[in-house]
Design a protein around this ligand. Structure first.
Ligand code: URA
Length: 277
């Protein structure tokens, strides 16, 4: 009999990252042999014990999968929302595997969300020590000048510490607002919005178009696809370059899972957002 901490058993079985599994345990969603375990430190053997998460039996190791979802605005990036709002899981109802989101994307933001059942990969992509770049298109009030963009690159002070843009540039300037492309290497809460707030340009819309080596490409809003083996290999690499070609880039890989609805190509580089000011 091999006893291991419950969160380790769950992450090895591909249920969640270890951190997420700890949260599931503390939320009282895990039972072992019919008993709710809501404290950390309990050990179990998946071959002997009857382990359930949200009432579903945890059986053996699932094949790893990584999905790329284009999250619409109005969806929470979590498996379960205590406020009963729509979650990214509602967009993946036909996926049998127990995938979960890699990091967060705000309720009112749209774009690239990776979903996986590979706890090791999720850790590799989200732990701050790996500095994985995330690229965003932000529609902001007004147009920041070069000096302000430089401040973002040098680093601005937020209430939870310094934050720095890996790269930032103006893509499109309008009378009252502009579209900015910005890359950061952390997943702190509302990071991009807070950084732009500091330089006096509130974010009006936010879309994530890149995560590590993966680009959103032309995947329509609300749809998902599985990453190809090559894309997953790339994602597991040590270092990432930030690409500048998220716009109009063709889709990659084949779809191992069903798509939702019909395929539509976005009309512009900012596909999905209205063009109004
Ligand atoms: N920065 C934000 O402000 N929000 C996100 O969802 C991601 C990055």
């Amino acid at each position: 009999m091999t006893l291991e901490r419950l969160q380790k058993v769950l992450s090895k079985a591909g249920i969640a990252s270890r951190r997420e599994a700890e949260r599931m345990i503390l939320e009282g969603r895990v039972t072992v042999n019919g008993q709710v375990v809501d404290k950390l430190g309990v050990k179990a053997d998946p071959l002997v014990d009857h382990i359930k998460v949200d009432g579903k039996r945890v059986k053996g190791v699932e094949p790893h999968v990584v999905l790329l979802l284009n999250k619409p605005r109005g969806y929470v990036t979590t498996v379960k929302d205590p406020q009963q709002r729509p979650t990214v899981m509602d967009l993946l109802k036909k996926v049998d595997l127990r995938v979960y989101p890699v990091g967060r994307l705000d309720f009112d933001a749209e774009g690239l969300v990776l979903m996986t059942n590979d706890g090791g990969l999720a850790y590799r992509l989200t732990h701050p020590k790996f500095s994985v770049p995330r690229t965003y298109l932000a529609k902001v009030m007004g147009t920041p000048d070069e000096g302000k963009l430089d401040r973002l690159k040098k680093g601005v002070l937020l209430e939870d510490g310094q934050a720095r843009a890996l790269s930032v540039s103006v893509l499109q300037q309008k009378e009252k607002n502009s579209w900015i492309r910005v890359a950061v290497t952390e997943g702190r809460n509302h990071l991009v919005k807070r950084m732009f707030e500091v330089i006096g340009h509130s974010v009006l819309k936010l879309k994530r178009v890149g995560f590590g080596s993966i680009s959103l490409g032309t995947l329509p809003v609300g749809q998902f696809r599985s990453l190809s083996a090559e894309e997953v290999r790339e994602l597991k690499r040590e270092k990432f370059g930030v690409r500048g070609s998220e716009f109009g880039e063709g889709e990659k890989g084949t779809f191992g899972v069903r798509r939702l609805g019909k395929q539509k190509r976005p009309r512009s580089a900012f596909g999905g957002f209205s063009k109004g000011k």
